[in-house]
Design a protein around this ligand. Sequence first.
Ligand code: FAD
Length: 474
Amino acid sequence: MSESDLLVDVAIVGGGPAGQGAAEQLVAAGLTVAVVDEQARPGGQILRQPPKTFSVRHWLPGRAYTGVKAQLARFEALPGIRWVGRTSVVGLFRGQGEYEYAMLLSGPEGGSRIQARFVLIAAGCYDLPAALPGWTLPGVMSAGGIQAFIKSQLLMPGERFVLTGTHPLQLVLADQILKGGGAVAAVLFAQPLLNAVAPLLRKPFTTLRHASTLIAAALCCLRLCRAGVPIRFGRTVRQVLGDRRVDGVILAPTLPGSTVQPAMMACDRVTLCFGFLPQSDLPRLAGADMTRNPSTGGWAATHNEWMRSSVPGLFVAGETTGVEGAEVALREGRLAGLGIALAAGRIALDAAEAKAGPTRAQLKPMKRFAAMLDELSSPASILPYLADKDTLICRCEDVTRADIEGALSGPMPPCSANALKLVTRAGMGLCQGRSCEHAILRIVAARMGSHNAPLPGFTPRFPIRPVSISSLTD
Ligand SMILES: Cc1cc2nc3c(=O)[nH]c(=O)nc-3n(C[C@H](O)[C@H](O)[C@H](O)COP(=O)(O)OP(=O)(O)OC[C@H]3O[C@@H](n4cnc5c(N)ncnc54)[C@H](O)[C@@H]3O)c2cc1C
């Protein structure tokens, strides 16, 4: 321990709805709390607050944002929270003694450390990277990347967009692009319309219960249709065209065997939206048990009814535990806050149960709806068809699909993801496999005739984000 270490009862990674929901309970229980976030301001991915120097009228209007904005206002009014913004948590280590956890940070002032009795990882999720021919050209962006520009900087990062993917967020984003003054050339859903609708019909009670969300999506569709934006199902971008930047796409039926001919479409931005992956590097680094989502392939941290992970003193909440939306994240954060207060002896079990009961009751139908969304937007059967042999899978180290398949079909095929990494260098670059790990596991799975690889992924290593040497020497 050094004199400059910040000492707190609870260190939270992530100031999104989950981290905020937990902080509220922890402050009420009299615990000291630090919240670390790579964003300058709290709000998480769903809100992405503009800089303090911006004054924005009608910022993120609409019912979808009402609950999370109210939560943000409560969080910002909490007394005594230590907010550590623009700072990445790059390592998490467990030791002995009163402050069991050491959290290593890298921020604008270099490296620093927090010592904490308990840790909550509420680090959210990130866009599932979908490798298809041309996806590394400047102008191809994730849906989240585009939203980050629109929400936090009020900028439209392009003029004419083609959106391709499987996730319904595409409709919301296309609507936001139109409202922001951009043009949308097409919204392409890779799954057939029936796949997108069947889960809604199979579970009519869940569908009816969340009718307002579905009506909001339908209204987005209506506005897009009125603006002349084509929405197509069973179609995807087969190739992004351009020399130094995007100038168009070839779109075609998703699955082979269709008689519909591929067509060219001009655009200067391509948006990929095939779903989201939980931020899993920190819980994996800490040795927590994880499960694999069969639809996106992402790793989610498992937990008990108080959101405690398999590692003592380490709690998880929000999309680190599975991608289920902001309202679920907020409630899981509250449960984690109560769970930590309980473990710290700051609340009695019956009082904690009384507070947790209504939250758990609210979570049940929300989780059913999230499972339905997961099913209707599943890219599992589509992703294996997107990349051709020359497509870069690991863009940090320039490793193509052919390189990976070549290694797998050699005389001594690597028998683990780590071995494949050593042979091909895929996953050794700056992003440490965040971008390519899942694509690689899918290629391995496809060779085994499955959509789900049984392999464990790469072993997570400190630092989980690129850091400067000076941060480390600090
Ligand atoms: C780009 C993007 C856009 C989205 N847009 C919408 C939307 O418009 N509508 C919607 O309903 N849902 C949206 N979602 C889903 C939405 O993020 C969640 O439903 C909700 O925000 C989850 O809350 P959370 O607290 O679990 O995580 P988040 O809100 O994602 O908060 C997690 C926070 O942790 C921080 N963090 C992560 N790792 C580290 C680290 N190592 N060090 C420091 N800080 C870290 C992140 O900066 C982030 O602020 C979006 C998701 C993404 C990824």
